[in-house]
Design a protein around this ligand. Structure first.
Ligand SMILES: Cc1ncc(COP(=O)(O)O)c(C=O)c1O
Length: 408
C-alpha cells in the first residue's frame, strides 16, 4: 500500500504554518512535529480537565479516563500489558530512575554490559553504578562502520552479567540492531536486556513482545506526540525493583518508577498519536484489525515510503567525494538517520548555506559522544545529521540535495 502523503501531511499543522512555508525539516531525530490529534487532546485537557485526576467529580473523572486510555491503547499498539507501560518526563530521566531501582537487585561485583553505540541517555546512568560496586563492561563499536558486533558481545558475558544496555537504532548512524537476538543471548546468561528505542520508534512502533526485550524505552516527542518518555518494563521484573516513589506507593507499579509524578495532561494527550495512526490506517486499509495488526500494517507502509526516499538520498551522497558518510552507506537494516561530514569545506559554512536554502538540520554530537569517540570523529564540529520520517516528501529530499550541491 502506497502512503497518501497529502493525507498524512494534512494531519500536521506545521505543514500549514505560514512561518514554516518553504522550509524542509530534517532534524526529526531531535523531535518530530506533533500531529493535530495530540494538539487537540492536549488543548482539550488544559481547557476542560486540568484538575487533579481520579476524583468522582466529572472533570476529574474524565481527566483520569483520558490518562487511562493512553496507558491502555499504547499497550495494545505495542503488544504488551497496560500495567507494563510507564510515562516519565523523558527517556534520560526514565533510565536514571531505572538505574536506581535496579541497583538493589544486584550484588557488589556483578557486571553490566553497556554499548558504546548509545545516546548518553542509556549509558551515563548505568556507568555511574561503577561507584556503587557494579563492574561496567563496554561494548565498543567498530571504529570505521560504527556497528556493534554480536561476536564481541559474546566475549563480554560472564556468569555475573546482569544486564545489557544497547540501542535499537543508533541516533547517528541509523543502523538497526537485532534486538531479539541480543535479548535472547542476554537471557541465555540470565541477564536482562534494556533497549533504547528512541531512534527506532519514530519510524514505526515496535511489537515489544516480539522483540523479547525486558525494558524498552522511547520518547513520545519524537513520535508525533507530547514531551514524555514512555517505557515498557516487564511486569514480573518491576516486582523485583526498588520502589522509587513514596513509601506508600510500594506495590503500585504505575507509580514506583515515576517519583516526580507524571504530567497528567501530556499523558492524556499521548494517545492522540494513536488517533493519528488509526486515522492513517482507516484511510489506507479496509480490513478490520486489532491495534497490533494495525501497527504492523502501518509500519510496513511507513518503512516503504522512508526507504524510497533514503535510497534516493544515499545515491546522491555516495556520488560525492566531498562528503563522508558516517557508518553504513546503504539502506539495508537502516533507518533515515544519516550523518555526514563535509570533506573540503567547514561545517559552519556548509550549515549556514543549508539554512539559507531553508533546510532545518542539526550539527554536533547529538549526545552520541561515545559512538563518535569510538569512531575517532572530533566532537567539535561533530557531524551534520539528516533525519526524516514518513511525513517527509521526495520534494523535501530534492530540496536537501539541491542545498547540499550548493553548499559543498
Ligand atoms: C537515541 C536516543 N536516545 C535517548 C535520547 C534521549 O531522550 P530524552 O530527550 O527523552 O531524554 C535521545 C534524544 O535525542 C536519542 O536520540
Amino acid at each position: 500500500m502506497k502512503l497518501d502523503l497529502q493525507f498524512v501531511r494534512a494531519q500536521f499543522p506545521a505543514f500549514l504554518e505560514p512561518s514554516l512555508e518553504g522550509w524542509a525539516f530534517f532534524e526529526n531525530a531531535g523531535g518530530s512535529f506533533p500531529c493535530i490529534q495530540v494538539i487537540n487532546r492536549l488543548t482539550d485537557f488544559y481547557m476542560k480537565n486540568k484538575v487533579q485526576p481520579y476524583y468522582p467529580y466529572p472533570a476529574s473523572t474524565k481527566a483520569g479516563e483520558m490518562m487511562d486510555e493512553s496507558y491502555r491503547r499504547m499497550a495494545a499498539y505495542l503488544n504488551v500489558a497496560a500495567s507494563e507501560i510507564h510515562f516519565g518526563p523523558s527517556t534520560t530521566q526514565n533510565v536514571y530512575v531505572l538505574a536506581h531501582a535496579m541497583r538493589p537487585m544486584w550484588e557488589e561485583g556483578d557486571e553490566i554490559i553497556v554499548s558504546c553505540q548509545d545516546h548518553e541517555a542509556n549509558a551515563g546512568a548505568w556507568r555511574k553504578l561503577a561507584n556503587q560496586g557494579i563492574k561496567i563492561l563496554e561494548w565498543h563499536v567498530h571504529p570505521e562502520t560504527g556497528l556493534l558486533s554480536l561476536d564481541e558481545l559474546e566475549g563480554l558475558f560472564s556468569d555475573r552479567t546482569k544486564m545489557v544496555a544497547f540501542p535499537h537504532c543508533s541516533n547517528v548512524i541509523g543502523h538497526i540492531n537485532p534486538v531479539k537476538e541480543i535479548s535472547q543471548r542476554a537471557h541465555k546468561y540470565g541477564a536482562l536486556s534494556v533497549v533504547d528505542g528512541v531512534g527506532y520508534a519514530p519510524h514505526g512502533f515496535p511489537d515489544i513482545k516480539e522483540l523479547e526485550a525486558d525494558i524498552y524505552l522511547f520518547s513520545l516527542y519524537k513520535t508525533f506526540g507530547p514531551h514524555l518518555g514512555l517505557m515498557y518494563v516487564n511486569k514480573t521484573l518491576i516486582q523485583k525493583m526498588e520502589n522509587q516513589s513514596h513509601f506508600f506507593k510500594e506495590g503500585i507499579t504505575r507509580s514506583m518508577l515515576t517519583p516526580a509524578g507524571p504530567d497528567h495532561a501530556q499523558i492524556g494527550a499521548a494517545c492522540g498519536v494513536l488517533d493519528y495512526f488509526d486515522a492513517v490506517y482507516e484511510h489506507h486499509f479496509d480490513q478490520e484489525a486489532n491495534a497490533s495488526q494495525r501497527n504492523n500494517a502501518l509500519n510496513k507502509m511507513f518503512r516503504e515510503h522512508e526507504k524510497a526516499l533514503l535510497e534516493h538520498l544515499l545515491i546522491f551522497l555516495r556520488s560525492r567525494d566531498d562528503i563522508q558518510i558516517v557508518g553504513p552507506d546503504h539502506a539495508t537494516r537502516r533507518l533515515p538517520i544519516v550523518s555526514i561530514i563535509p570533506r573540503h569545506k567547514s561545517m559552519a559554512k556548509v550549515y549556514a548555506s543549508l539554512t539559507k536554502h531553508k533546510l532545518m538540520l542539526g550539527t554536533g554530537d547529538f549526545y552520541a559522544v561515545r559512538p563518535l569517540m569510538d569512531m575517532g570523529i572530533p566532537l567539535k564540529p561533530g557531524v551534520l545529521r539528516i533525519s526524516f520520517v514518513h511525513y517527509t516528501s521526495m520534494e523535501d529530499i530534492n530540496q536537501l540535495i539541491a542545498g547540499l550541491k550548493n553548499a559543498l
